[in-house]
Design a protein around this ligand. Structure first.
Ligand code: ZN
Length: 165
């Protein structure tokens, strides 16, 4: 992400709040018509460990900008843009929770894969094995989708939930 600029926000942007290293809760936006979901998920995983754009992002050097601005970060290599604005209202608490869940999940995936596999309800784990899925990969996809794309709302289909005790 090289280019940082102000922009008029296009319609149809979806937002997910995340608490950043600097303590600010930022609403991150993306255009689901232009950006594949895994690209936004990867962006959230990498950005959650940095300062917000107002506090310099990865560099940590503060860039003075009005708080009410919405900032566009565009990767000049592929033209993919993400948007940042300060979260407000209930989204502040949500952003704190989502960032914590995301950090814990990625920490576990890096340091203790077995703990992640143990998180999977046993019947669902068996079902994944029986149907040829890699349980770790499937569960990770599910959790990342729930945290990043569904703003913390579980999206396991009812027929799967029925298999769980
Ligand atoms: Zn900040």
């Amino acid at each position: 992400m090289a280019h940082l600029g102000m922009t008029k926000i296009p319609a149809g942007i979806t937002w997910t709040p995340l608490k950043m290293t600097c303590g600010c809760v930022i609403d991150w936006g993306w255009d689901s018509n232009k950006v594949p979901p895994p690209v936004f998920i990867q962006w959230c995983i990498s950005t959650v460990g940095t300062n917000c754009p107002w506090h310099g992002g990865e560099t940590g050097q503060a860039v003075p900008r009005p708080d009410h601005e919405t900032i566009a970060l565009t990767n000049p290599a592929d033209g993919v843009s993400f948007y940042a604005r300060k979260a407000t209202g209930d989204d502040i608490a949500l952003g704190e929770r989502l960032a914590e869940e995301l950090r814990q999940l990625m920490d576990k995936v890096t340091n203790d894969k077995l703990a992640v596999i143990k998180e999977i309800p046993l019947k669902y784990r068996k079902w994944l094995y029986a149907n040829g899925y890699d349980p770790l990969e499937a569960w990770l996809d599910q959790r990342l989708t729930d945290i990043v794309l569904n703003r913390g709302v579980g999206s396991v289909p009812p027929e799967i939930l029925e298999m769980m005790d």
